[in-house]
Design a protein around this ligand. Structure first.
Ligand SMILES: Nc1nc2c(ncn2[C@@H]2O[C@H](COP(=O)(O)O[C@H]3[C@@H](O)[C@H](n4cnc5c(=O)[nH]c(N)nc54)O[C@@H]3COP(=O)(O)O)[C@@H](O)[C@H]2O)c(=O)[nH]1
Length: 841
């Protein structure tokens, strides 16, 4: 089985880039060696004779001369581009070889006189000179590295040197032939000198081939395989010229043929490198350029100096397509609208000045298509001369949309779509500037939704988000175009109202509150909400935006303190009150841990028999620096700061524990009333918490009364009903505190499982002086009795109040008349005294 040539060591030892050339060379050399062997084994008689050989010789020599001249021409022309020393040597050497071969042809036996008569001796002299020059040139090329030379003037000097050598040969052969050694003896054949010269030439060619062979271990910038093949062919040709007996025999003929083939190889080597390769490279570059264009999603236009399109390209999937047949040859002025042309010309002018320019994105409209485009233009120059422009047109619509989205995100609240803090600041800063110039005022309304956390906790955050959006929609229609509504975060909104006075601001705030109390539909829910609004005015309260926001915040905080769902203006003393509230809020955080809280107990009496029925638990706070702080002051702070949950729990635990201790001492018939804050009342685990506590302290549930204010019960009547029912099921007594101050209707009260109504102190205190209060107390007592609910009058201070209440059949009282809130020890003393009084007849 034949082994593929590439697997032979000889080939695999050379660099892969030469292997194909080497394979061709091996085939050619093998074929010619076989031909030579055939000629040696089967000697042919003299082929054509002197007369027949001469034209054949002329034909072969002419071919050799033409090819040598082509080697010169290609090398000489390519030298300007490639600037390789070796190429220049080849050009000049083969110019000489072509001339010497021409003189050899003219001197061949049988040719007419060429200055001197033709004879073999003269022809061989030119022959040897030509062969020597070819061998020398190739050896020089093989030995020299193939590198660029930067001295173009050298080429004329080297060509001159080569022609000078050729001239010397001609003068010697024409004028001093007898001085040259004999190369041919008629009838005898070639002399030893001639054969020796041929062997020397063979040696030089083989040496050259070895040099080329060695250099093929690495990739070369030139077709070395062809030069290697040419050297071996020349050696083979010279071998033929050592073997011929007659100048017309088959070895002479074969020698000439091989010489032509060798020259042709040489020519191919140079031609491929100098001519074919650049074209191949050009084709490759074009294909690469086309592939690059295809990968670019942009449109590309090449314009000449007159702004005419000479080439264009558009990506297949681009939204804007360009038909080259429609635009090539046309001027941009004919193709573009005035606006687009303006952008184009401006960018081209900048590119002409700076080399490269990019336009701002601009809107391009064509029929129904509307896209944002951006131009990148580079100026095309040859030397200093501007020859046109390259225009890259990019569809930046997506980028523009993203940019707009980023801008929107940076300035608008993602949930409600309202301006965010940043945009709000920008707009209000502007409004304040205008107000300053026109001496107008600006109002800032800070709106905080009441009990928004409750919505989040009970209905979930999604519902909370929907509610915020619904609120934003509810507020929006009330605003003028110059007003700015913004969500500051959470459930806090702020409105800037330019050119408005305090009355106007109040009017607007009331309208907003009113609108929020109307049912809101969101996320399959319907609810009503309320808000607390704080107002600060420019320039009265401050001329600084941050300060105004702080003031509006303080006013809003006051609105919260004042029971929510109301509007408060910032006032100068508000700051001091705010500081006090902040101080209380901070101090309260550590009040339990520092044992600053204590429980006091206010006695409650049944009017029938003037019997002590129990106590109302009242919280006290003794702070080391702030002193005694009233619960009327710190309970709202605890509520608004979220600390009431922890404090209320502590009161409940301490109260029930004390009740258990008194019961252990035998005071088992007393009831303890404990106040529940609104936050505590909203806790879904309140009933469980109370049940656990009662179980833990072994206190019967009916000995505990839970008080919640009328306001708390009416915040969310549905939820209040559920919570009260859960507590009622435990067996715990329930009381509505401060009754008469809220808006409970009889219908609503019927659904609450309440045991006691505590008539508010304000009515009781006026019962003996104000008929209205007396009527009110009477109606409450009658209504309660109709519903089977008992009544307790708070704040009874005088005997007259007491007797009126007795007449109205109120069941129980509480007040300074019969007992102020007592410390635990005093309450215990009262219990002991009361038990003695009962026992003593
Ligand atoms: N959620 C909780 N609220 C509590 C708790 N402890 C107290 N409070 C609430 O704080 C408010 C102020 O309470 P306080 O200063 O203790 O005042 C109580 C009594 O001292 C006062 N009172 C009672 N009798 C009279 C009287 O004859 N004259 C008069 N001027 N004042 C009197 O009334 C307050 C009790 O009111 P009420 O609770 O409505 O029965 C107050 O609202 C407390 O509820 C707590 O632990 N949790």
């Amino acid at each position: 089985m034949p082994i593929p040539l590439r697997h032979l060591w000889l080939f695999s030892s050379r660099h892969a880039s030469h292997r194909q050339g080497l394979r061709r060379s091996a085939l050619l050399l093998g074929t010619l060696c076989l031909a030579m062997l055939l000629f040696a084994v089967v000697p042919l008689p003299a082929l054509l004779g002197q007369a027949g050989y001469l034209p054949l010789h002329m034909l072969l020599e002419t071919l050799a001369i033409v090819v040598a001249a082509m080697v010169f021409a290609i090398s000489w022309a390519s030298y300007r581009r490639l600037r390789a020393d070796t190429l220049l040597s080849l050009a000049c050497g083969f110019a000489g070889v072509a001339i010497l071969d021409f003189s050899h042809m003219l001197s061949f036996q049988g040719m007419p006189d060429f200055i001197t008569p033709a004879d073999p001796e003269k022809a061989i002299s030119f022959w040897l000179a030509a062969r020597g020059m070819a061998a020398g040139t190739l050896l020089w090329v093989a030995l020299r590295p193939w590198k660029a030379s930067g001295r173009p003037f050298e080429r004329w000097a080297i060509l001159g040197l080569s022609l000078f050598a050729v001239a010397v040969v001609h003068i010697t052969v024409f004028g001093y032939q007898e001085l040259l050694p004999r190369t041919f003896i008629e009838g005898v054949g070639l002399t030893l000198f001639k054969v020796g010269c041929e062997y020397l030439l063979i040696a030089v060619h083989l040496l050259t081939a070895v040099c080329f062979w060695r250099s093929m271990r690495r990739p070369q910038p030139f077709n070395i395989a062809a030069l290697f093949c040419a050297s071996l062919l020349m050696a083979l040709g010279e071998l033929c010229f050592t073997l011929y007996a007659s100048v017309t025999d088959q070895f002479n003929l074969l020698g000439h043929l091989i010489k032509v083939i060798a020259y042709w190889q040489l020519y191919r080597g140079i031609f491929v490198e100098a001519v074919e390769q650049p074209y191949d490279q050009l084709a490759r570059s074009r294909a690469q350029l086309q592939a690059t264009f295809d990968a670019i999603p942009d449109m590309l236009f090449e314009l000449d100096e007159q702004e005419r399109v000479v080439n264009c390209h558009s990506s297949a999937d681009a939204r804007l397509q360009v038909d080259p047949a429609r635009v090539i040859g046309k001027s941009v002025a004919d193709l573009l609208s005035d606006d687009t042309l303006e952008h184009c010309r401006q960018t081209m002018a900048s590119a002409s000045a700076q080399g490269y320019a990019q336009s701002q994105p601009f809107l391009f409209e064509q029929g129904s298509l509307s896209i944002w485009l951006q131009l990148s233009v580079s100026a095309r120059r040859i030397g200093r001369h501007l020859t046109g422009h390259i225009l890259l047109v990019r569809d930046v619509s997506q980028l523009k949309q993203q940019e707009e989205r980023i801008l929107h995100l940076a300035h608008f609240d993602t949930l409600t779509g309202l301006p965010n803090r940043t945009l709000f600041r920008q707009r209000v800063t502007l409004s304040l500037g205008l107000a300053r110039r026109h001496q107008q005022s600006v109002a800032l309304l800070l709106i905080d939704l009441d009990h928004f956390k409750h919505i989040n906790d009970t209905l979930g955050h999604n519902a909370g988000d929907q509610l915020l959006c619904a609120v934003a929609e509810r507020l929006r229609p009330h605003l003028r175009s110059e007003d700015t509504l913004s969500r500051q975060g959470g459930d806090e909104f702020i409105i800037a109202l330019p050119d408005i006075d305090s009355d106007g601001a109040m009017h607007m705030a009331s309208r907003l509150l009113e609108s929020l109390t109307q049912p809101l539909h969101f996320d399959h829910h319907v609810t009503t909400t309320s808000a607390s609004i704080g107002i600060a005015l420019y320039p009265n309260d401050s001329d600084d935006l941050d300060c105004l926001i702080q003031h509006a915040d303080a006013a809003m905080y006051l609105a919260k303190q004042r029971g929510r769902n109301n509007v408060q203006f910032y006032t100068a003393d508000l700051q001091a009150r705010m500081s006090r509230l902040m101080e209380l809020e901070n101090a309260l955080r550590t009040a339990i841990d520092r044992h600053e809280l204590a429980l006091h107990y206010q006695p409650q009496w049944a009017l029938v028999g003037q019997r002590l029925t129990g106590f109302e638990v009242l919280l006290r706070w003794q702070h080391p620096v702030l002193g005694q702080v009233s619960p009327a002051e710190f309970i709202p702070v605890a509520e608004s700061s979220g600390q009431i949950g922890q404090i209320g729990e502590w009161v409940l635990q301490q109260g029930v524990a004390q009740l258990a201790r008194w019961r252990a001492q035998g005071f088992t018939s007393i009831t303890l009333a404990i106040n529940l804050s609104a936050a505590q009342f909203r806790r879904t685990d309140l009933a469980t918490q109370v049940a656990d506590l009662l179980l833990h302290h072994q206190v019967p549930p009916e000995r505990l009364e839970m008080e919640l204010t009328e306001g708390t019960a009416m915040e969310d009547p549905m939820q209040a009903r559920q919570q009260l029912t859960s507590l009622h099921r435990l067996g715990v007594r329930l009381a509505i505190d401060d009754f008469g101050t809220g808006f409970s209707s009889l219908a609503q009260l019927r659904h609450f499982p309440v045991d006691t109504l505590k008539i508010d102190r304000s009515f009781v205190q006026d019962i003996d002086v104000d008929q209205g209060s007396a009527d009110m107390v009477r109606s409450i007592i009658q209504m309660a009795h109709n519903l089977g609910i008992s009544t307790l009058a708070e704040g009874v201070e005088t005997a007259r109040q007491l007797s009126l209440l007795e007449r109205l059949e109120c069941e129980a009282i509480q007040g300074y008349l019969w007992g102020r809130p007592l410390t635990c020890a005093d309450a215990q003393k009262l219990l002991i005294n009361q038990s003695k009084a009962v026992l003593t007849p």
